[in-house]
Design a protein around this ligand. Structure first.
Ligand SMILES: NC(=O)c1ccc[n+]([C@@H]2O[C@H](COP(=O)([O-])OP(=O)(O)OC[C@H]3O[C@@H](n4cnc5c(N)ncnc54)[C@H](O)[C@@H]3O)[C@@H](O)[C@H]2O)c1
Length: 300
């Protein structure tokens, strides 16, 4: 989709981070937007800022994990706009930490918000896109959906699935005139890290206390975020990728290097996976040691 001017877009997770930056940049490109989120207060702020560019901006609550919200907001969308040109499935969450402490409900929550949201989105919008033989679907996955070197396991699982689904759709929907892209953000300065729920072994919670553990984790995430890219800068690359109708839209070449390692030298890739998990564990361990806590003694 070379020219975005006067086209329409439906986007999820537009109250914060990448979704907000996307909304503002697309409005600046001249797009008419239907922005959604569960955080209505901040969504209204996005709307207000986006309106400065002079296009039509509508906002609505859409919990992406609830098919009823999809159906309601899609019907409202079509009452405002005749056609949908760009559908951006962006909303996402992370829950991670101790594998054994993660509950099934937490696994399900991440899968519902990160993966089922995309399935609901397709179920809701695809019939009309196919009927019209045009449109562009953009799924925001993650670098963690290509290289599972660090990060929460439910998150990685959901993002791998979104990438597989996007690749398959890219092939399958081509004959219906529909483009599909998948964005694989690396490390972008947004609120997702502060909002992420981190699970700890019960013994650690009992001895240190949840509040203190959250403080320590927040300071670790802050340290890690020092090299993160701003969402505004990342979104410029993403829009370029959308205009070029690219399947994969990356913001970091590091992922490509690991992908080629996986293809060219599977044994080295195995070593890479083990080493990077170990490096991640060591970084967390050293951070906790700075606060006088040897977390190794709390894990199995
Ligand atoms: N920030 C990064 O470094 C990074 C890296 C890789 C992938 N991503 C992906 O980018 C996307 C956007 O995340 P972000 O970094 O901007 O985070 P963010 O937390 O700043 O924004 C996410 C938005 O999604 C909304 N949201 C959460 N649950 C929702 C639900 N059930 N229904 C509707 N909206 C919901 C939140 O209210 C929030 O406004 C996510 O899919 C995330 O996994 C981010």
């Amino acid at each position: 989709m070379k020219n975005l001017k006067n086209k329409t877009c439906f986007i999820t997770g537009a109250a914060s981070g990448i979704g907000k930056a996307f909304s503002l940049a697309l409005a600046e490109e001249g797009m008419n937007l239907y922005i959604t989120d569960i955080d209505i207060q901040n969504l209204k702020l996005t709307k207000k800022e986006a309106e400065k560019f002079g296009t039509n901006i509508y906002e609505a609550k859409c919990d992406v994990a609830d098919i009823n919200d999809w159906e309601r907001s899609a019907s409202d969308f079509y009452s405002k706009f005749n056609t949908l040109d760009l559908l951006i499935n962006n909303a996402g969450i992370a829950i991670g930490g101790d594998l054994l402490a993660l509950t099934l409900q937490e696994w399900q929550k991440v899968m519902n918000v990160n993966l089922w949201s995309v399935i609901y989105s397709l179920k809701t919008f695809l019939p009309k896109l196919i009927e019209r033989r045009s449109g562009h679907i953009v799924n925001v996955a993650s670098g963690a959906g290509i290289v599972p070197s660090a990060g929460p396991l439910p998150y990685i699982t959901s993002k791998f699935a979104v990438i597989g689904l996007s690749e398959a759709l890219f092939g399958q929907l081509n004959s219906y005139g529909i483009n599909v892209s998948v964005i694989t953000p690396s490390y972008i300065k947004t609120n997702i890290y502060q909002k992420a729920k981190i699970k700890y072994p019960q013994k650690l919670i009992n001895e240190i206390g949840m509040e203190r553990l959250d403080e320590i984790s927040a300071s670790l995430l802050k340290k890690m975020g020092q090299n993160a890219v701003s969402p505004e800068r990342a979104v410029k690359k993403y829009i370029k990728g959308i205009k070029n109708d690219q399947l994969y839209i990356y913001d970091s070449k590091a992922i490509l290097r690991v992908l080629s390692l996986k293809g060219n030298n599977p044994q080295q890739y195995e070593t890479f996976l083990q080493n990077s998990f170990k490096q991640n564990e060591d970084m967390i361990k050293n951070h906790f040691l700075e606060f006088g806590i040897d977390i190794d003694t709390y894990y199995y």
